[in-house]
Design a protein around this ligand. Structure first.
Ligand code: NAD
Length: 338
C-alpha cells in the first residue's frame, strides 16, 4: 500500500486527478490517498493558499501527485506550485517529451528529456518597484544550484541510456549568472566522457528545436528557459495535454502535468487526462511499480493508435470519462493476458 498526498488543484485539476486515480487503481496497485486542498479556496478557511496540513502531509508521505493550481496574474498570492518546489527544495523539474502514435504533430521522432532547474533564477521571488515607474527582478544563480541540476542531468543520462546532454544558457549576454551555469556544465561534463556534451545559446536552441527536434536528447536549463522550452517542446509532440512532469528533491517528489488549470474548459468534462496519468506513471516507476507503469503506457499507446477515443484537444470527441473508461478496459484485458 502506497500512501500518497493527492492535491486535486483548481479548474480541470479535480477532473484529471480523479481520472488519474481511477487509472492507477485499475492496475491493482494499492494506494492510500491523503487528499489535500490548496489554492484560492483555502484562503478564507486557513488564511493562506498553502495550508500547513498540506505541507505536513507532503513531508510525511514524501510523494505527492498534484493537479494544476490557478495563480492570479499580476496581483494576489504567489504561485503555490512554485512555493511547494521551494519549500521542499525540489530542485529538479523533469519533463520527458516524446512523440505518441496518432497524435497530430509536425514531427514523428521526438524523444527528449528536459531537466529544468526548479528553485533559482528569476523565480527566486526577489522583485520590487524601484520607483513607481521602474520594476526590478533579481536573477539568482548559485554554484551549488548549478552543480546539482547539471549533475542530475548527466546521472539521468547515464541511468537511462541517453547519449547526449545539451546545456542551454545565454552566457554571451548574462556573463555572471548564465556564465556560472555554463562554467559548471563545462566542468561537470568532463566527469562523463561516455556522454556527448554540447552547450547552446537559448535563442539558437529554440530555432534548432523547431527545425531538428530529433537531434536532441537530454536538455539541462536554468528555471526560466526550462519553463518556456518545456511548453515549446510539448507543442512539438501534440500539446500540453499529453506532457507529464515531476518535481524531484533529495527526499520528496511531487508529480504533476505541465499544463495549467485550463479555466476555459473546467467543469465541462472534456479535459485530456493523459498528462497527469503519465505523471502518475513516472510516480509508479519511482515507487518501483514498473509493471503497472508499463501496462498504463501500453494501454495509452493502444488507445491512441486505435484513434477511437480521443479528447477534443487531440482532434477527437471523447469526454474525459469515456477516455478513462477505454484505458481501464485495456489495462484489465492486459491483466487477463498476463
Ligand atoms: P493552461 O495550461 O491552463 O491552458 C492553456 C490552454 O491549453 C487552454 O486553452 C487550455 O484549455 C488548454 N489545456 C490545458 N490543459 C489541457 C488539458 N489537460 N486538456 C485539454 N486542454 C488543455 O495555461 P494558462 O491558461 O496559461 O493558465 C491557467 C492557470 O493555470 C493560470 O492561473 C496559471 O497560473 C495556472 N498554471 C498552473 C500550473 C501548475 O499548477 N503547475 C502550470 C501552468 C499554469
Amino acid at each position: 500500500m502506497h500512501r500518497i498526498t493527492l492535491i486535486p488543484g483548481d479548474g480541470i485539476g479535480p477532473e484529471v486527478a480523479l481520472a488519474t486515480r481511477r487509472v492507477l487503481e485499475a492496475t491493482g496497485v494499492q494506494f492510500d490517498w491523503d487528499i489535500r486542498n490548496v489554492g484560492e479556496s483555502q484562503i478564507t478557511l486557513h488564511g493562506t493558499p498553502l495550508p500547513e496540513d498540506t505541507l505536513t502531509s507532503v513531508e510525511r508521505n514524501r510523494i505527492a501527485l498534484k493537479g494544476p493550481i490557478t495563480t492570479p496574474k499580476g496581483i494576489g498570492f504567489r504561485s503555490v506550485s512554485v512555493e511547494l518546489r521551494k519549500k521542499f527544495d525540489l530542485y529538479v523539474n523533469l519533463r520527458p517529451i516524446k512523440t505518441y502514435p496518432n497524435i497530430p504533430s509536425k514531427y514523428d521522432n521526438v524523444d527528449l528529456v528536459i531537466v529544468r532547474e526548479n528553485t533559482e533564477d528569476l523565480y527566486s521571488g526577489v522583485e520590487f518597484m524601484v520607483s513607481p515607474d521602474i520594476a526590478q527582478s533579481v536573477k539568482i544563480f548559485t554554484r551549488k544550484g548549478c552543480e546539482r541540476i547539471i549533475r542530475f542531468a548527466f546521472e539521468y543520462a547515464m541511468k537511462n541510456n541517453r547519449k547526449k546532454v545539451t546545456a542551454v544558457h545565454k552566457a554571451n549576454i548574462m556573463k555572471c549568472t548564465d556564465g556560472l551555469f555554463l562554467e559548471v556544465a563545462n566542468c561537470i561534463a568532463k566527469d562523463y566522457p561516455s556522454i556527448e556534451y554540447e552547450d547552446m545559446i537559448i535563442d539558437a536552441m529554440c530555432m534548432r528545436l523547431v527545425q531538428y527536434p530529433e537531434r536532441y536528447d537530454v536538455l539541462v536549463l536554468p528555471n526560466l528557459y526550462g519553463d518556456i522550452v518545456s511548453d515549446l517542446c510539448a507543442g512539438l509532440v501534440g500539446g500540453i495535454g499529453i506532457t507529464p512532469g515531476a518535481n524531484i528533491g533529495a527526499e520528496i517528489s511531487i508529480f504533476e502535468a505541465i499544463h495549467g488549470s485550463a479555466p476555459d474548459i473546467a467543469g465541462k468534462g472534456i479535459a485530456n487526462p493523459i498528462a497527469l496519468i503519465l505523471s502518475g506513471v513516472m510516480m509508479l516507476r519511482q515507487l518501483n511499480e514498473v509493471n503497472a507503469a508499463e501496462r498504463i503506457e501500453q494501454a495509452i499507446n493502444k488507445i491512441l493508435m486505435e484513434g477511437k477515443y480521443l479528447t477534443f484537444d487531440l482532434g477527437g470527441k471523447s469526454t474525459t470519462d469515456e477516455f478513462v473508461a477505454a484505458i481501464i478496459e485495456k489495462i484489465k484485458n492486459m491483466d487477463i493476458i498476463a
